[in-house]
Design a protein around this ligand. Structure first.
Ligand SMILES: Nc1ncnc2c1ncn2[C@@H]1O[C@H](COP(=O)(O)OP(=O)(O)OP(=O)(O)O)[C@@H](O)[C@H]1O
Ligand SMILES: [Mg+2]
Length: 453
């Protein structure tokens, strides 16, 4: 149901318009001046504004400018009297959809409103097409595991239920999230991705919820957060296990009442957003260590989807190889390449620690580096060997992490092992690793290391 906001200082016009639009089953909001109107726009999801050209305090043209700046996707229809029709024309040049002349013809109101909403829908549709299949991979694979995932996508897409996607690196968690969005009723709305692990803890709240001008050093102007940008669409909270405790508290509240405040702001904003979260961490362990709120976990984990490693659904490998061969076919070659039978056997025997991402990169490289049309086992072995030695760079599990994350993960592992070695005796451990016991205490707490023997 579309929502329409009427901004007019004449109570009579507001009520007449509200009545006919409500009869047509639109949701209607009214405001008597520009300031009141803008604050409705901040709070509610509005699709269309009907705006008087002549308004007290802030003129209609200024209100229009502000709406177009802050809510560019919202259409605006101007109302003008005979005397100020030139203003209405100017408004159209500034991006208003059209104007209505007083006295209002109710038929014309309905026609223009319908057209404007149609345009708004087309805009969203365009946006959707832009984010659509051109870059996204198809979901390939007919293993029982993949079929199960398809079933879960099918079941969850049409509802707004929250989904928590887990599984190792490169298995396709993001692809699953995008696929759910694409098949949902929100498909025309935005899909906004946030990588919670990549954003410093001090900035994550502002990134998610936006901030008001001057709310902290560096906040030079008001900024919308990802939740606002995802309005009417889906927000994808990637690496959700890495979210700071205070951001977790705010996200929890959004899951309960769909409301939040910008950082440094008092006003409570409502959003209509579906949340899909993903992580490759063991979230149960994070909960046990006190790093992740259990109540938030339950709210996010309404529909759990586990995406297993490629190794455990190796029957998906041949069709994936075919698909990526098609995708990375060198320009100028007529048919996409194939892999010889013994080459395929090698691929199937390999462990694929980087899962589908690694396979995709591998096929891309082979298409660039080799010129065999049917790729031999020798070539496969050669490039797999290279992949294996590239992985074995001595960094182990830390190799795939960003520096901050790796440093943290290493510190935790190091402290755990040292504490264990010294029988969880703080003084002795601290001495051995050459830090102050108080410092060690702090780190134990921060990492949520359990002090059991
Ligand atoms: N079933 C599939 N069919 C085709 N392509 C796939 C499939 N699964 C994953 N891919 C592709 O593999 C790559 C990695 O997938 P994606 O980014 O979704 O993984 P991820 O689980 O989110 O990884 P990470 O944990 O590292 O963030 C992407 O390019 C994706 O399109
Ligand atoms: Mg991902």
């Amino acid at each position: 149901m579309s929502a329409i906001l009427i901004i007019d200082d004449e109570a009579g016009i507001r009520s007449v318009l509200a009545e006919i639009l409500e009869d047509e089953k639109y949701r209607v909001f009214t405001a008597e001046d520009g300031f009141a109107g803008l604050s409705v726009l901040e709070r509610e999801v509005i699709d269309l504004v009907i705006l008087d050209v002549w308004l007290p305090n802030m003129g209609g043209i200024d209100v229009l400018r502000e709406i177009k700046e802050k809510f560019p996707i919202v259409e605006v229809i101007m109302i003008s009297g005979h005397a100020n029709i030139d203003l209405a024309v100017k408004a159209v040049k500034l991006g208003a959809f059209d104007f209505l002349e007083k006295p209002l013809s109710l038929d014309r109101v309905m026609v223009i409103v319908r057209n404007a909403l149609e345009i708004e829908k087309l805009r969203r549709e365009n946006l959707r097409l832009k984010n659509s299949l051109i870059f996204q991979d198809e979901m390939i694979g007919r293993s029982p595991e993949m079929e199960k995932i398809r079933e879960l996508i099918e079941q969850s897409a049409r509802s707004d239920s929250r989904v928590l996607i887990t599984g190792p690196n490169g298995t396709g968690k993001e692809l699953v999230a995008r696929e759910i969005h694409r098949r949902s009723l929100r498909a025309a709305g935005p899909f906004v991705e946030v990588n919670c692990a990549a954003i410093p803890e001090s900035l994550i709240e502002s990134e998610l919820f936006g901030h008001e001008k001057g709310s902290f050093t560096g906040a030079v102007s008001r900024r919308k957060g990802k939740f606002e940008l995802a309005h009417r669409g889906t927000i994808f909270l990637d690496e959700v296990a890495d979210m700071s405790p205070s951001a977790q508290a705010k996200v929890l509240r959004i899951t309960q009442e769909l409301r939040f405040e910008r950082v440094g702001g008092e006003e409570s904003l409502s959003v209509d957003v579906r949340i899909i979260a993903a992580t490759n961490k063991n979230i149960q362990e994070r909960i046990r260590d006190g790093m992740f709120r259990e109540d938030l976990f339950f709210r996010l984990n309404v529909i759990p989807v586990f995406v297993p490693p490629l190794k455990s659904r190796i029957s998906d490998l041949p069709p994936l190889v075919d698909y990526f061969m098609g995708k990375f076919k060198p320009p100028g070659e007529e048919r996409s390449r194939t892999i010889s039978a013994d080459g395929m056997a090698l691929l199937q025997a390999y462990s694929w620690p980087g899962n589908i991402r690694e396979l995709k990169n591998f096929i891309e490289r082979i298409n660039i580096m080799s010129d065999e049309h049917c790729v031999s086992a020798e070539t496969v072995r050669y490039y797999l060997g290279e992949a294996e030695s590239a992985q074995d760079d001595g960094l182990g599990e830390f190799g795939s992490m960003g520096l901050t994350e790796a440093r943290e993960a290493f510190e935790k592992l190091y402290l755990r092992k040292k504490l264990e070695a010294f029988d969880y005796n703080i003084t002795r451990t601290a001495e051995a690793i050459k830090i102050y016991p108080s410092n060690l205490h702090g780190k134990i707490k921060r990492h949520g290391i359990r002090m059991e023997k």
